[in-house]
Design a protein around this ligand. Structure first.
Ligand code: ADP
Length: 507
């Protein structure tokens, strides 16, 4: 039973976590959220537990430095596989007071990238990891009140509690939470890997036949609660357009689904202290921001003209992100081929930072060649440059086809860079359009089409002429609370509901 004498024990699993290893937004979340939860000091009597003992477990990917994080071997055991037992070695470290564990073993190949795209390799790696993380808790004699898994990679741990470990008293009362960061990544083709570790397909279930052996659907089937990373995305995944073929099944789980927005690391992303900027600034000292724009224009060999709107894009070069829509909209603006031609539209420049699909990188490079005076493309991953762009550009273009939460719009707003974004997922939940009320902080458009984006950019260009109006937009964005503390408290409220409804008698 939980009581004010007992700590809430949360086993938090993810495939990547900043600062150890990060490939995308999931790494940001898994790096920040457990630390934020760990750091919450509850008021007297606020929660029915003494403190929160959250422990993060990630694979010991080869890119993680043992020396840098002082990893120590803490446990060794075997995981059953149809070809014979596989040895596990678990290491630990502590970061900002948070215990972190690292799982190693034969399927976690030291030289392989985190995600190879090969379903056998990735399926074995993450099923092994998920099951080993559960066994690690047992080997430590640390019985979790709640298991919190993230995306398809760790969904097998949720499913294992209903199948492989269903009669196991150690996990009989453990509540199961699955956060969905990106629904379309279901773990396609990994069914045989799951079966080889003793996780059978869910043949008699409401899942469609093609999904009955896939890890994310199996996690969605057996989790007590499901969190999508924004309230809008929680609704969108119930529709044919965003439901990845699972919307009818997800309707059967509607009552278990809710949305909690991610936060950003407000210490890393702080224009007042970011070491990558030419000049640091605050919402109260916005005029200083102009020097960053000047430096950025000079760095990219653009005319250092403060009154020219500087658009930017920072993202993976992927269909999801609507890079093609942005390039087409920029072309429409540049050639004056829009229906709503406006003199203001002549005054702009654009910087594109991104890497990913070759055809999109080539198209971005092509724009630079076609419009040398105003478009620049940096086709690489560069965190320091991203800081300089957030701090120097006027508008960030985010025309995503879908966006479960999105971090770039929150970072941009914190740096006074106004988002021009498609009204989907977390973008809809964090951006308030200029037409709606006086706390507006950006521009939204509905249809995933270049014409709609271009019209929205025209609106931004018109607003940009009115300096007072523009400063208010920037100030509103910069004043918002995007910290993890807000999200962490929402997760804690959900943890409380879940744990209490299990009527746990683990102490
Ligand atoms: P996703 O996780 O879908 O890629 P998010 O908006 O959630 O998108 O997070 C993207 C993160 O990656 C942000 O921190 C953004 O600044 C960063 N990022 C994306 N592309 C680049 C790049 N080319 N260089 C530096 N940072 C990048």
């Amino acid at each position: 039973m939980l009581s004010p004498q007992v700590s809430l024990r949360v086993l938090f699993l993810a495939s990547e976590a900043d600062p150890f290893i990060k490939v995308g937004g999931l790494g940001d979340v898994a790096g920040s959220l457990p630390r934020a939860i760990h750091g919450i000091k509850s008021a007297q009597g606020e929660y029915p537990w003494k403190s929160i003992d959250v422990r993060l477990v990630i694979p010991y990917h080869g890119q993680i430095s043992r020396a840098k994080y002082g990893l120590r071997l803490v446990s060794a055991f075997d995981i059953a596989h149809k070809n014979g037992p596989l040895p596990v070695e678990a290491y630990d470290s502590v970061v900002s007071g948070l215990p972190v564990y690292f799982i190693s073993g034969p399927p976690i190949l030291p030289e392989a990238p985190l995600y190879t795209g090969d379903p056998d390799t990735d399926g074995s790696k993450y099923t092994f990891f998920s099951l080993a993380a559960l066994e690690l808790a047992r080997s430590l004699g640390w019985q979790p009140h709640l298991l919190h898994a993230n995306d398809w990679h760790t969904a097998p741990a949720i499913y294992a509690l209903s199948t492989l470990l269903s009669g196991d008293p150690f996990y009989a009362k453990t509540a199961r939470l699955l956060t969905v960061h990106n629904l379309p990544y279901l773990g396609a083709g990994t069914g045989p890997a799951l079966a080889a570790f003793g996780l059978p397909p869910a043949s008699d279930s409401p899942l469609p036949g093609w999904a009955q052996d896939l890890p994310l659907p199996l996690g969605l089937l057996t989790a007590d609660r499901i969190v999508a990373v924004s309230p809008t995305y929680a609704r969108e995944i119930l529709t044919p357009e965003f439901g990845s073929g699972l919307y009818k099944f997800l309707a059967t789980r509607k009552d278990a689904i809710s949305g909690i927005l991610n936060g950003i690391d407000v210490d890393r992303w702080n224009p007042a202290s970011d070491p990558h900027l030419a000049i640091n600034f605050t919402p109260e000292n916005l005029a200083a921001r102009g020097a960053n724009k000047h430096h950025l224009q000079t760095e990219f060999d653009l005319e250092p003209e403060p009154n020219q709107m500087l658009f930017a894009m920072i993202n993976r070069m992927d269909h999801q992100k609507g890079v093609d829509l942005a390039l087409e909209a920029l072309r429409m603006l540049a050639t004056g081929s829009s229906a709503t031609r406006d003199p203001a539209s002549q005054k702009w420049q654009a910087i594109i930072l991104g890497t990913g699909m070759a055809e999109l990188e080539e198209a971005a490079h092509g724009m630079q060649v076609e419009f040398p005076g105003r478009v620049r493309a940096a086709l690489r991953f560069d965190g320091a440059l991203s800081s300089r762009i957030y701090a120097g550009a006027d508008c960030l273009l985010i025309p995503s086809r879908y966006e479960p939460c999105g971090l770039t719009q929150m970072i941009a707003m914190r740096y006074g860079c106004v988002p021009v974004a498609r009204a989907t997922g977390g973008l809809r939940d964090t951006i308030t359009d200029e037409d709606q009320n006086h706390n507006n902080n950006g521009f939204l458009f509905e249809e995933a089409a270049p014409e709609a984006l271009e019209a929205c950019m025209q609106r931004a260009l018109r607003a940009f002429i009115d300096k007072e109006k523009w400063s208010k937009l920037q100030y509103n964005g910069m004043s918002q609370d995007f910290s993890w503390d807000r999200s962490a408290r929402q997760y804690l409220d959900l943890y409380r509901t879940m744990v209490l409804s299990k009527q746990q008698d683990i102490i």
